[in-house]
Design a binder for this molecule. Structure first.
Ligand code: NAP
Length: 291
């Protein structure tokens, strides 16, 4: 347990619900390893109390905080500024105080998504990515693909109107995004040519561990050279990743994304490199103990 004194600085995460958050586990492990006098606390904030929570955080000189569901969009108009990246994604997951004490926000989910992919030596400009689902996380994935220079992006969803709106929302983005959309019924054709398949739906997440976004027919079309990336981190591996492995594909789960988005946020707050290994270890230990 950290020793909390009158000097201890406060960081945290807000969400509704918040009890499931793994962020305190990795951040407090990192802060202890760095010997910094900070503590990171989860706060259950309901949507109707978001504005009051921000005022309260300013009053108690909180240094910064993460934002999770359902506040990632709603917080944006309450901040003094947001980065162009967060504006493109349309969501903020990290807030800090600037020199004037004003709240600034950014989106580190994009870096979290991209960082684990960098270990693969690929010519990203020539790769085709297939994104399953089009919610908040899919927006960070699209922005990450643009950062990687991926030029062929296809987003698959089940609601044609939502697909149309999703595609339209990127038309005036400052990011170089060009994307196609397709309905779920066209997944079989799309998957056969994909170099990277990303599951951004909750299908397969604990406790629905037997679910997968892909049918057996679709699985059989995954290329053995493809990378299958699931943003879910419980269970490890998900059914989708097990299926992809049987096709010979490389796999990545969501724990590394969680880790890297957290590391980018912590670096923003404390202004120094953070111990990734300690954070990863804290997460894997916690998941092993709470299986
Ligand atoms: P979200 O905004 O609710 O979006 C979920 C998307 O999945 C929507 O497009 C939804 O489609 C689609 N979907 C849900 N059930 C489906 C089904 N049965 N068939 C087809 N599509 C379905 O959620 P999110 O914030 O993007 O999060 C998505 C997942 O990513 C969650 O599992 C979350 O835990 C994970 N995530 C992980 C990280 C990380 O750091 N590893 C970060 C963020 C999110 P409709 O719009 O048609 O309902």
């Amino acid at each position: 347990m950290p020793i909390i004194t009158g000097q201890t600085q406060l960081l945290g995460v807000i969400g509704d619900p918040i009890h499931h958050s793994l962020s305190p586990v990795m951040h407090n492990a990192a802060l202890a390893a760095m010997g910094l006098d900070y503590v990171y606390v989860p706060f259950h904030v309901k949507p109707e109390h978001l504005s009051e929570a921000l005022t309260g955080f300013a009053a108690i000189a909180m240094q910064g905080f993460n934002i999770t569901i359902p506040h990632k969009q709603a917080i944006m108009p309450l901040l003094a500024g947001i980065t162009p990246l967060a504006a493109s994604v349309g969501a903020v997951n990290t807030v800090w105080r600037d020199n004037q004490g004003q709240w600034q926000g950014t989106n580190t989910d994009v870096e979290g998504f991209v960082a684990p992919l960098l270990k693969f030596e690929r010519d990203w400009a020539t790769q085709k990515i297939l994104i399953l689902g089009m919610g908040g996380a899919a927006r960070a994935v699209v922005a990450g693909c643009a950062q990687l220079g991926i030029q062929s992006i296809c987003v698959v969803g089940r609601d044609p109107e939502k697909l149309r709106l999703f595609q339209q929302s990127w038309l005036h983005s400052p990011l170089p995004v060009s994307l196609d959309v397709a309905q779920w019924t066209h997944l079989t054709e799309q998957i056969a040519t994909a170099d990277l398949v990303v599951n951004t739906t909750p299908l397969g997440m604990y406790p629905q561990c037997d679910s997968s976004p892909l049918s057996e027919i679709e699985v059989a079309r995954i290329q053995p050279t493809a990378i299958a990336y699931d943003l879910i981190y419980t269970p490890r591996p998900t059914r989708f990743l097990q299926q992809a492995q049987t096709q010979g594909a490389a796999t990545l789960d969501g724990l590394e994304m969680l880790l890297y988005q957290g590391a980018a946020a912590l670096q923003q707050w404390v202004g120094q490199p953070v111990p990734l290994d300690k954070m990863r270890q804290a997460l894997t230990d916690h998941l092993a103990q709470n299986r």
